[in-house]
Design a protein around this ligand. Structure first.
Ligand code: AMP
Ligand code: MN
Ligand code: MN
Ligand code: MN
Length: 314
């Protein structure tokens, strides 16, 4: 498939979905099926952002271009900040960058030991074999996550759904929770930016920070070179979106939009179905025009079609 990466200015109103997962981390669809679902959901600009792993990006790129989607590289890096896990999305980086690849490998490296500790904690409350039982859901011990444990526990009938597993077993204070030291904020932001990408604070409303800690997160993120924040995400309520639109303005950050889709059965928000970004913010894709991979003109649209302006605002 031919493609071009000629720089183009992208419009403000664009069905961009710049946060979602595949089987390469804790999603349930292969990268090709996520691309097809994005296309079916009306997405025009798409990035696959698996946790701490870019091994699915070649497949994602080929599938996106074959579907006629404009494509950006992506990943979601796990970071520890003030004792809380924060997720930093990277967009539009060079996927062959050595330092980024090494940083992601180090970040993933602790997952197996953590998962074995999680299983030991669950064994103490009578749930045995959780490591061995959850591993097949992940495929690779370097990628095993709480989501895979949650799927195993639902499958075994311990809980009704994923949310129930997290509440009862996998969050702080519960038997399967193990505190973990992820990447440092400054390292994650530098890996992304040094590889030519843009760093984005993912779903900020999900973190349980005090106002002072949140201010520190945004200030330090900017000081390290971070440039954007997710305002419209599947993890935000309408009130969260309003609040973080205000924070984006206060910190002069670009705004991003992404469903955080993981699975047809588990995810509340499907690819491409989110409200638009508020008109007063600058979309992150307006600085990523020269990082976008465009489908070739044979069979696929040259550029995203004009949007229906009647869509509901955020
Ligand atoms: P980990 O990186 O192993 O700590 O796992 C974090 C992942 O768990 C996130 O990326 C989400 O996909 C998932 N997750 C976190 N909280 C919940 C929840 N309450 N319900 C369902 N999935 C969750
Ligand atoms: Mn996840
Ligand atoms: Mn996340
Ligand atoms: Mn995510």
């Amino acid at each position: 498939m031919n493609s071009s990466n000629t720089s183009r200015q992208l419009p403000h109103l664009l069905n961009a979905d710049l946060h979602c997962h595949s089987t390469v981390s804790d999603g349930t669809l292969e990268p090709e099926l996520v691309a097809a679902r994005a296309k079916a959901g009306g997405v025009e600009l798409w990035a696959l952002t698996d946790h701490d792993e870019i091994g699915g990006l070649q497949r994602a790129r080929e599938a996106a271009l074959a579907e006629g989607l404009a494509y950006l590289t992506g990943c979601e890096i796990s970071v520890s900040f003030a004792g809380v896990t924060v997720h930093i999305v990277g967009l539009g980086f060079d996927a062959d960058d050595i330092a980024l690849g090494e940083g992601l490998a180090r970040t993933r490296g602790g997952r197996e030991a953590r998962a074995r500790e999680m299983a030991a904690g669950l064994a103490k409350v009578g749930i045995h074999g959780a490591f061995e039982g959850s591993l097949p859901y992940a495929g690779n011990p370097d990628l095993i996550s709480r989501t895979h444990f949650a799927r195993f526990l639902v499958e075994r009938g311990h809980c009704a759904d994923l949310g129930d597993v997290f509440r009862r077993y996998l969050v702080e204070g519960k038997p399967g929770y193990v505190p973990h030291r992820w990447a440092a904020l400054g390292d994650a932001v530098r890996w992304i930016t040094a590889a030519g990408g843009v760093a984005v604070i993912a779903h900020p409303a999900r973190y349980r920070f005090t106002a002072t800690e949140e201010y520190a997160l945004f200030s330090e993120f900017k000081a390290h070179g971070g440039r954007a924040v997710e305002v419209i995400t599947g993890s935000h309520s309408a009130a969260d979106a309003i609040r973080y639109a205000e924070v984006a303005r206060e910190f002069e950050l670009l705004a991003s939009r992404g469903s955080d889709f993981h699975s047809p059965k588990e995810s509340r928000i499907d690819l491409g179905t989110l409200p638009d970004l508020p008109g007063t913010l600058t979309p992150v894709w307006q600085v990523l025009g020269d990082r976008v991979q465009w489908p070739s003109s044979d069979g696929a649209p040259e550029h995203p079609a004009p949007r229906n302006e009647q869509r509901r605002p955020a």
